[in-house]
Design a protein around this ligand. Structure first.
Ligand SMILES: *[C@@H]1O[C@H](CO)[C@@H](O)[C@H](O)[C@H]1NC(C)=O
Ligand SMILES: *[C@@H]1O[C@H](CO)[C@@H](O)[C@H](O)[C@H]1NC(C)=O
Ligand SMILES: *[C@@H]1O[C@H](CO)[C@@H](O)[C@H](O)[C@H]1NC(C)=O
Ligand SMILES: *[C@@H]1O[C@H](CO)[C@@H](O)[C@H](O)[C@H]1NC(C)=O
Length: 219
């Protein structure tokens, strides 16, 4: 009897641990949202509720994201890491987030994007990597990013974007380019052709018409 009580309390403790809310965050069970904004966090909190779908981590000081940061929150649909101090992303960080739809990494210090970083996010629709220090993008983001409809590359240090990369995103509706170091040389020609066919396709949102035209004017 004593033994089974002990066992029960151990099990309860474990359950408690698994489903507990990190000290500095607010957890909303019904909306499966964890709100850790503006908490001075330096890393992604652990022991997040396993069924979390929305994780808000903006306005913190997160520098490094461990490879296992999100391995317990496989239901994530929205991950907001905007306005942090992330300088690099490991190729596997987001690997298991099969349900992720929106990934916001704006306002960080990212310089480099590996071709595997976003390659296993089959449901990703919006990727915001604006306001970083990205110098170049890989030739492709992978085979699994075909659902992306919005890609924001604004305010980085890009000199070019491979046409292959844009061609590998057939569902793009909004693409934001402004505030980069575009080089006016032959390499930009592929981008120009892509933009023309993109605009011609006519399924583009007004926002990207404006942005694309802006891009064309700027060149
Ligand atoms: C970014 O986060 C810092 C706190 O880390 C905050 O003081 C600042 O207002 C935030 N910036 C924006 C634009 O929200
Ligand atoms: C990313 O977050 C910023 C605020 O931190 C917001 O202005 C921007 O619209 C978000 N991007 C997307 C794609 O939701
Ligand atoms: C990713 O990039 C590496 C080198 O940067 C290259 O060898 C590899 O083929 C690329 N993989 C894919 C799937 O494009
Ligand atoms: C994408 O798929 C094609 C064919 O299905 C394959 O040849 C290619 O290596 C794949 N690329 C990546 C980045 O996985």
């Amino acid at each position: 009897m004593k033994g089974s009580l002990l066992l029960m309390s151990t099990v309860m403790t474990i359950i408690d641990l698994v489903s507990s809310c990190p000290l500095k965050c607010l957890c909303y069970r019904f909306s499966k949202t964890v709100d850790c904004r503006n908490r001075g966090l330096t890393e992604v909190p652990s022991h997040l509720p396993a069924d979390t779908q929305i994780l808000l981590l903006s306005n913190n000081h997160i520098q490094k994201i461990s490879q296992h940061a999100f391995t317990d929150t496989l239901s994530l649909k929205i991950l907001d890491l905007s306005n942090n101090s992330v300088s690099g992303l490991l190729p596997n960080t987001f690997k298991e987030l099969q349900n992720l739809q929106i990934l916001n990494l704006t306002k960080n210090f990212i310089e480099y994007v590996d071709n595997k970083t976003f390659s296993s996010l089959p449901h990703l629709k919006e990727l915001d990597i604006s306001s970083n220090s990205i110098l170049s993008l890989p030739e492709t983001l992978g085979n699994n990013t075909r659902r992306i409809t919005l890609l924001s590359l604004k305010h980085n240090k890009l000199e070019k974007v491979d046409r292959l990369l844009l061609d590998s995103l057939p569902n793009l509706k909004v693409v934001l380019f402004k505030g980069n170091f575009w080089q006016c040389n032959c390499q930009v020609f592929g981008l120009k052709l892509w933009l023309e066919s993109f605009l011609y396709r006519g399924d583009a949102g007004t926002e990207n018409h404006q942005e694309s035209q802006e891009k064309q004017w700027r060149n």
